[in-house]
Design a protein around this ligand. Structure first.
Ligand SMILES: C[S@@+](CC[C@H](N)C(=O)[O-])C[C@H]1O[C@@H](n2cnc3c(N)ncnc32)[C@H](O)[C@@H]1O
Length: 422
């Protein structure tokens, strides 16, 4: 059964609070944004299996706005986007930003799909959304010694966007380490409080942009600040005034099923994996096994280190970053030590969903498909935080301005895709 839409704060809802989601995957951006009344009018992804998960979760009505196709097929994409959405999101592939992707960066076939999205934005012209949000891994900042990040900033600025960038780690909200880098773009007409532009002519103390950036200092680590200081976009930098995200993370044990009905490994498989554990980690495991009370919940990954398969265990109460399970090494392992008794198994799709903040997501029948979908996805509470603190405040500042609404041709509601129903 498709999932019922969460309650929407009707004060926040508006028929014009619309967005289109590029690289939509299984739709976790939508999962976050729909809670404050954003309506998805168009979603795009090339992967039919992700689309099947999206439709399975949101219901058949969602099939109407989910365009399964290549973002490079700009003619078709442009034709399918209704009118002018207020926001476009793009969590473009990170494959080429990592070592596994040989750090090809934006020159890579996968991550280079960003340019397909930018071409669509360029050709939308008058229908270009006033606000955009891009997401990728932190390696995007350092890819090709910063040249890829600078190129993306320049491309957005060429399209008329004022730029912000920030990093949010999912572990602020869920027990999963998943730092992600965001690039936001705001059209000039949105530059009003709480959005402040960097002023080159201002006294340092009076520069609201600087104060804003300093107030939420954890959002912009030193390396990112340095990049922001060194890159001068054609437009400029702009940031929404908000505080640092406050940590509110449940325990890992809340995301993991501890009952006997799980597919726990048999003793030989457990022993085989224990033999792969680094000595230091093994000593810690032995010490936890020696404690005859309480339950410890840990996670681990298998990795090849110096030609040997090893198992790396995390002891910090946070799961490792979920990935797509290409090869056994990307699948996460759960370790539970209950009153001295150690158990192990693969993490399940339902646990992946919880670690992405989408506990009630309707899972596909095929477990591997579920792991793929969630391994690639955005973390819902991260997007919710960004929405609450940046996207919706900017929308609210905008929507009360009739002149601005008219100038953005939002005087009439767009034809909306139906809200998902049970
Ligand atoms: C990082 S994932 C985004 C996941 C998504 N935000 C979610 O929550 O599920 C990147 C997505 O880009 C899609 N993709 C890759 N190349 C594409 C292309 N040329 N056109 C459209 N989508 C593409 C992949 O299928 C994948 O789902």
């Amino acid at each position: 059964m498709p999932q019922e839409a969460p309650p929407v704060d009707m004060d926040e809802a508006s028929p014009q609070k619309t967005f289109c989601e590029f690289f939509a995957g299984i739709g976790l951006v939508y999962e976050a944004l729909r809670r404050s009344g954003w309506q998805c009018v168009y979603a795009n992804d090339i992967d039919p299996k992700k689309r099947a998960m999206y439709v399975g979760h949101y219901g058949a009505a969602a099939a109407e706005h989910y365009h399964q196709g290549d973002v490079w097929a700009a003619d078709e994409v442009l034709q399918r986007i209704p009118r002018r959405p207020f926001l476009a999101t793009a969590s473009f592939p990170c494959t080429d930003m990592s070592l596994a992707g040989k750090r090809r960066g934006l020159a890579g076939r996968q991550s280079g799909a960003l340019f397909g999205f930018l071409e669509v934005l360029a050709r939308l012209d008058e229908r270009r959304p006033p606000m955009v949000l891009l997401e990728n891994v932190p390696g995007f900042l350092t890819s090709h010694h910063g040249a890829d990040f600078a190129a993306a900033v320049a491309a957005l600025a060429d399209l008329g966007y004022w730029i912000d960038s920030f990093v949010v780690d999912a572990q602020t909200f869920v027990p999963q380490s998943r730092p992600r880098l965001f690039l936001a773009g705001y059209q000039q007409k949105l530059l009003r409080p709480p959005l402040f532009a960097r002023r080159s002519d201002a006294e340092l103390m009076n520069d609201r942009w600087r104060q804003t950036v300093e107030r939420a200092d954890r959002l912009r680590p030193a390396r990112l600040r340095a990049a922001m200081e060194s890159i001068e976009p054609l437009t400029g930098w702009a940031a929404v005034d908000c505080a640092n995200p406050a940590a509110s993370r449940p325990a890992l044990a809340e995301a993991v099923d501890l009952d006997a009905a799980q597919a726990w490994w048999d003793p030989p498989q457990v022993e085989r994996h224990l033999a792969m554990v680094f000595d230091r980690h093994r000593r810690k495991l032995d010490s936890l096994c020696g404690q005859q009370q309480g339950t410890a919940v840990l996670t681990a990954f298998r990795r090849v280190r110096q030609g040997k398969q090893r198992m790396e265990v995390r002891f910090d109460g946070v799961a490792g970053c979920l990935r797509t399970p290409r090869g056994g090494s990307a699948k996460q392992i759960v370790i539970v030590i209950d009153r001295g008794n150690l158990k192990m198994r693969w993490m399940t799709p339902r646990e992946y969903a919880r670690l992405q903040g989408a506990a009630d997501y309707v899972l596909p029948d095929n477990a591997i498909q579920g792991l793929f979908g969630f391994g690639d996805a955005v973390c819902v509470p991260v997007l919710q935080w960004i929405d609450r603190n940046m996207l919706t405040p900017v929308w609210n500042a905008y929507r009360h301005d009739r002149e601005l609404v008219a100038s953005c041709s939002y005087s009439e509601p767009v034809a909306l895709a139906r809200t998902p129903s049970p």
